[in-house]
Ligand binder design. Structure first.
Ligand SMILES: C[S@@+](CC[C@H](N)C(=O)[O-])C[C@H]1O[C@@H](n2cnc3c(N)ncnc32)[C@H](O)[C@@H]1O
Length: 256
């Protein structure tokens, strides 16, 4: 009897491991092989572990972040993340750039979401709070959390610039910015800060640089409104690709 139970457990484990290996293969197949081969210090198993640890950023979006970073790695400039929360996506970005000269600029209030504007209407009630106004202050995480995530991948803290505070155009003088940006991940969720970031970094994003904006047409209507109105005025210079998956809605902006 004991032997049969042992056999069943071993069989289940074998199947589980096989499925995980197949899943890993599919994930790795989506990463730009020609580009990643240039960076032997990026370990695929570690990358897989970091991808599985993402929160709020889907696997497909994570893969798009990886390919965008690999594609912009050799351009001259730095990397930014607007909206950091607990720092799980920061860890992914940090892991990919940690062996380069790039500086990593982070922006967050570390006090959660600001007051929504009149252009933020609740589209997907992700925390079941009924009204968009009830989201003010939500998603608040301590700065120590992102530092702890980045310590796990041994990110050089000399290359990290943390900008704490509410990002709005009126507050720009409080923040530090790179001279040139090659990649930015924009995840502020609401209309006004999304628009203010785009209007601030569109000039310092270099040619072929990429901005990925999360939650486009998801959660609040504000991000789509901000991106669309900004892009209407900048169509000549920027190309966009919209991505909608079961777990995410995001948009990839490339400077021509
Ligand atoms: C969706 S979370 C970011 C998630 C993170 N990018 C990730 O992938 O794990 C949104 C974050 O943006 C921050 N945030 C939103 N609006 C902000 C603003 N105007 N200024 C500063 N931080 C803001 C919130 O504090 C919150 O941590």
């Amino acid at each position: 009897m004991k032997d049969i139970i042992k056999k069943i457990i071993t069989y289940r484990e074998t199947i589980k491991n096989k499925h995980l290996d197949l899943f890993k293969e599919i994930v790795f197949d989506k990463i730009d092989g020609d580009k990643i081969i240039k960076y032997p210090e990026i370990k695929m198993d570690k990358l897989f572990e970091i991808l599985l640890d993402l929160k709020g950023t889907s696997l497909v979006e994570g893969l798009n972040i990886i390919n965008s970073l690999l594609g912009t790695q050799e351009l001259d400039g730095d990397v930014c993340e607007f909206g950091v929360a607990q720092g799980k996506t920061s860890k992914l970005i940090g892991y990919l750039i940690k062996n380069t000269q790039k500086k990593f600029y982070l922006y967050d209030s570390f006090e959660g979401l600001p007051k929504p504007s009149a252009l933020d209407r609740l589209k997907d009630d992700i925390f079941d709070l009924k009204k968009i106004e009830n989201y003010q202050g939500k998603m608040s995480h301590k700065q120590d959390e992102v530092i702890s995530e980045l310590n796990k991948i041994k990110f050089d803290m000399n290359n990290l610039i943390i900008n704490k505070g509410f990002f709005f155009k009126e507050n720009l003088s409080k923040f530090q910015f790179p001279k040139k940006i090659t990649f930015a991940y924009l995840d502020f969720d609401f209309y006004q800060p999304t628009l203010d970031v785009l209007n601030t970094i569109d000039k310092i994003l270099i040619k072929d640089g990429i901005i990925i904006v999360d939650d486009y047409d998801f959660f609040s209507t504000g991000v789509k409104t901000a991106v669309d109105s900004w892009h209407d005025l900048n169509k000549e210079t920027f190309t966009v690709i919209k991505k909608k998956t079961t777990l995410s809605n995001f948009i990839i902006i490339r400077k021509n």
